[in-house]
Write a protein that binds this ligand. Structure first.
Ligand code: NAP
Ligand code: F7E
Length: 341
C-alpha cells in the first residue's frame, strides 16, 4: 500500500517541491488548496505534477472542513505548509494572519487528535520567530523574540505543536526553517523581486529602476528543494522533535543584488544611504536600484543566521545548492521566462 500524505499550501513554493519529492517516493499525495478566481496551479504545472495530485478544498479557518478531511482520509502524514506567509502583509492583516497561521494549526492538530491520532504532522515554523535575535547563530534553544504579527502567529503554532506532542502524544514535528528560495518563489519576496527585475532589464522589458526597502538586512538563504526532503525526514525519524534548517551563511539584500547584477553583467556603484540610496550601473551611469520608504517594515529582523548542527547529526541535513548557485539558478530561470513571454 502506498503511503498517503496531505499537503496544505500545495499551490505555494514549498508545496510544489514537497509534492514532487513525495510522488517520487510513491506516495499518494492529497493537495489541499483554496479555490481562487484565477488559476493558482501555475507552479504545479511547471513542475509537471498537477495531474498526479488529488486536489481537495481546504481553508485554514474552516474547522468543519479540516475535520471532515482528516476524518475521511486519515493520512499517514500531514504537512502544514499553508499560511499567510508574507511578513509585510502581516502588519496590514494582523488578525487574519494570527487566525490563519496560529489558530489554523490548532484546528488541524485538534482534528488529528480526535479523528486520526496515527497521522504524523509537520508544522512549517520559521526563523522569523527569532526576530530580534538573542543569539548568533540561532539554534533550537535560542530564545524567541518575534518582530511581526506573522512571527507571533507562527510562534503560537510552534508551541501548539510542541504541546500536542507532549500532552497527547501526537507525532508533531516543528521545522524552524530559515529563508529558502527558488525559481518558484513568489514575486513579492525580495530575492524573486530582484531576479524578475534583472531578467526584465536584460531582456529590455523595463528601463525603470527597481524600488526596494532596507538593503542592509541579512538573511540565511538556501534552496527550497533541499529543505523539503528534511520535512519528510523529520516525519520518518523515531520520535517527533524540533529542528533548525539553515545554511549557516548570511548575506545582505545588497549582496544579493550585486551577485545577481554581476551575473547579468552589471557592476553597481552605491550612492546616498538608507531611504535615499541609489544603485547606479557603472558602465552607463543609469540608476537601476532605488530605495523607497514604502518597503521598509515597522519592525525589522536585521540578521538571521542559523546553526543546523542538530539536523545535520540526526537527519543527515546537507545543502546541495550554494548561495551563488541559488542566485544563478533564480536569475537564469527568470531570464528564460522573460524571453518566452
Ligand atoms: P507560499 O509560497 O506563500 O505558499 C503559501 C500557501 O498557503 C499557498 O498555497 C497559499 O494558497 C496557502 N494559503 C494561504 N492562506 C491560506 C488559507 N487561509 N487557507 C488555505 N491555504 C492558504 O509559502 P512557502 O514559501 O511555500 O512556505 C510554505 C510554508 O513555510 C508557509 O507556512 C511559510 O510560512 C513557511 N515558511 C516559509 C519559509 C520560506 O523561506 N519560504 C521559511 C520558513 C517558513 P494560495 O495559493 O491560494 O495563496
Ligand atoms: O524579505 C527586506 C525585508 O519578504 C527579506 C518568508 O518566506 O522568510 C520569508 O520572510 C528581507 C526583509 O522575506 C524589500 O525588509 C528589503 O528583511 O523576502 P522577504 P522574509 O520577510 O524574510 C521567512 C523565513 C518566512 O517564514 C516568511 O514566510 O528583505 N527587503 N526590500 C524587502 N523585502 C521585500 N519583500 N520587498 C522589498 O522591496
Amino acid at each position: 500500500m502506498n503511503k498517503t500524505a496531505m499537503i496544505s499550501g500545495i499551490t505555494g513554493q514549498d508545496g510544489g517541491y514537497l509534492a514532487k519529492f513525495l510522488l517520487e517516493k510513491n506516495y499518494k499525495v492529497y493537495g489541499l488548496y483554496r479555490r481562487g478566481a484565477t488559476d493558482t496551479f501555475g507552479k504545479l504545472k511547471e513542475h509537471g505534477i498537477l495531474e498526479k495530485i488529488e486536489l481537495l478544498d481546504f481553508e485554514l479557518l474552516e474547522f468543519s472542513n479540516i475535520c471532515r478531511l482528516i476524518r475521511h482520509y486519515q493520512p499517514d502524514e500531514f504537512y502544514n505548509l499553508a499560511a499567510q506567509s508574507f511578513v509585510a502583509t502581516s502588519w496590514a492583516e494582523p488578525i487574519y494572519t494570527v487566525q490563519a497561521d496560529g489558530m489554523g494549526v490548532v484546528y488541524i492538530l485538534e482534528a488529528i487528535r480526535e479523528f486520526s491520532p496515527k497521522t504524523k504532522f509537520y508544522q512549517a515554523s520559521t526563523s522569523e520567530m527569532f526576530g530580534k535575535v538573542q543569539e548568533i547563530p540561532q539554534t533550537e534553544t535560542t530564545p524567541f523574540y518575534p518582530r511581526s504579527p506573522y512571527g507571533v502567529a507562527k510562534l503560537m503554532a510552534h508551541w501548539t505543536c510542541v504541546n500536542y506532542r507532549e500532552s497527547f502524544g501526537v507525532f508533531a514535528c516543528s521545522g524552524i526553517l530559515f529563508n529558502h528560495e527558488s525559481p518558484m518563489r513568489g514575486k513579492e519576496f525580495v530575492t524573486r523581486k530582484i531576479t524578475t527585475y534583472f531578467a526584465d532589464l536584460v531582456t529590455n522589458k523595463t528601463d525603470m529602476p527597481l524600488e526596494l526597502g532596507n538593503l542592509n538586512i541579512k538573511r540565511d538563504w538556501g534552496f527550497a528543494g533541499d529543505y523539503v526532503e528534511m520535512m519528510w525526514k523529520m516525519l520518518q525519524y523515531d520520535s517527533p522533535d524540533t529542528y533548525v534548517l539553515a545554511t549557516g551563511e548570511t548575506h545582505s539584500i545588497r549582496d544579493f543584488i550585486e551577485e545577481v547584477g554581476h551575473i547579468c553583467g552589471y557592476e553597481i556603484e552605491w550612492h546616498g544611504k538608507e531611504e535615499c540610496e541609489t544603485g547606479v550601473d557603472k558602465k552607463t551611469g543609469k540608476t537601476i536600484i532605488k530605495t523607497n520608504k514604502k518597503f521598509y517594515r515597522p519592525a525589522e529582523v536585521d540578521i538571521l543566521i542559523g546553526n543546523p548542527e542538530k539536523a545535520r547529526k540526526v537527519l543527515g541535513w546537507r545543502q546541495t545548492v550554494s548561495y551563488k548557485e541559488l542566485c544563478r539558478m533564480m536569475i537564469e530561470a527568470d531570464i528564460d521566462r522573460a524571453k518566452k513571454n
